[in-house]
Design a binder for this molecule. Structure first.
Ligand SMILES: NC(=O)c1ccc[n+]([C@@H]2O[C@H](COP(=O)([O-])OP(=O)(O)OC[C@H]3O[C@@H](n4cnc5c(N)ncnc54)[C@H](O)[C@@H]3O)[C@@H](O)[C@H]2O)c1
Length: 338
């Protein structure tokens, strides 16, 4: 068992890197030991701000004995080569979501980590929230009865500048898709975690507002293996951007999450207190309008879990295999829309 402090270096210094940085700094037993971004001035700015070393190349960072885990916060479609090189050097890997942009690339990432015997975790921070876990437990315990209907609604808004000022967002090569692969993936991950896997998919996708290669708006009708039917509606052009909603309806009860909060729960069981707080839906936060408008609490849980996984040499809460499931589902939605 690893008893020392687990040392993290961050690769790719943008929006996500800030959440990783603050989470590592808040986690007991974790230490931030460096940054690397392919733009030298960006690496140096992060290093100066947080008072930790700037690595001048990926090779130098990966060959450094002082690094146990690399947090890969680069654009989604560039993680595979970095992960393979890191695994080769025996570094454990914490990858941002999605793990990679295609099933094939994600599977190669997973295989590379298995080959080198390093731990691979992926950031799906919403799985850690108490209300989300409560819904998962209620479903698994059968408290909602047979789940007949699941609905994911991600009606978000991104201003045009969000894509125009970024060369990778909204591209197939680096974003792997549009609203489904980048934004709605958190809610889709929870939906498939609750009631997956999916047996059949029908869908329509469109690029209705933004000037991007990939979709900014999508709908899908799903049939799950357990018989549950479901829908996904998602957009980054739905002004002003509401909280993501995930509703699960069963023969004995219904639960609705707005972002990470349980806003409705009603179960045919007098011992369970119902919840009804629909007012929370209107609050435009939780990433609905601004991608940086999310709390770092989820990332703190992810770093805490990864740190313990490395120490105890156990699997993290969200393994590469778990992270693959949402990519598979989203790719099947794209396939069905063709
Ligand atoms: N979990 C979440 O809620 C969450 C939130 C935001 C972003 N993300 C994910 O994090 C990833 C990054 O998104 P972002 O919004 O931070 O992007 P960003 O554009 O703000 O930052 C990416 C950084 O990576 C750097 N970079 C690009 N290629 C590189 C390479 N090969 N080596 C080193 N550095 C490289 C860029 O220079 C840039 O500074 C995406 O996969 C995104 O889906 C997740």
């Amino acid at each position: 068992m690893h008893t020392d402090t687990i040392k993290y270096a961050i690769i790719g210094c943008g929006t996500a890197a800030r959440f990783h940085t603050s989470a590592i700094l808040k986690t007991q037993g974790a230490e931030l030991v460096g940054f690397y971004d392919r733009h030298k001035e960006v690496t140096q700015a992060f290093a100066k701000e947080y008072g930790v070393p700037a690595y001048e190349s990926l090779d130098k960072l990966l060959s450094c004995k002082n690094v146990d885990v690399v947090s890969i916060c680069t654009p989604s479609g560039g993680r595979l080569p970095i992960a393979l090189a890191a695994a080769q050097q025996g570094k454990h890997i914490l990858a941002e979501k999605p793990l990679e942009v295609t099933v094939e690339r994600a599977e190669r990432t997973i295989a590379g980590c298995h080959r080198q015997g390093v731990i691979l975790g992926c950031v799906f921070q919403y799985r850690f929230y108490n209300d989300v876990r409560r819904v998962k437990e209620l479903i698994d315990a059968g408290s909602l009865g047979k789940i007949v209907l699941a609905e994911a609604q991600v009606k978000w808004y991104r201003p045009k500048a969000y894509y125009e000022n970024s060369s990778w967002r909204g591209t197939w090569a680096l974003d792997g898709g549009g609203v489904l692969m980048n934004q709605a993936i958190h809610t889709i991950d929870l939906m498939q975690w609750f009631v997956g896997p999916v047996r059949d998919v029908k869908s329509h996708v469109g690029t209705l507002f933004h000037s991007i290669e990939t979709e900014d708006t999508a709908v899908a009708a799903l049939e799950f293996e357990a018989g549950t039917v479901g829908t996904i509606s998602a957009s980054t052009a739905a002004y002003p951007g509401l909280r993501a909603l995930l509703s699960v309806h069963g023969t004995k009860g219904s639960a609705i999450l707005a972002g990470e909060r349980l806003i409705y729960l009603s179960i045919d069981d007098p011992t369970l207190k119902p919840v009804s707080q629909f007012g929370r839906v209107d609050q435009s936060s939780s990433g609905g309008m601004d991608p940086a408008d999310i709390a770092d609490w989820g990332h703190v849980q992810v770093i805490g879990d990864m740190t313990e996984a490395v120490r105890k040499q156990r699997k993290p809460a969200v393994t590469g295999e778990e992270a693959l499931k949402s990519i598979k589902l989203i790719q099947s939605i794209y396939q069905a829309a063709k």
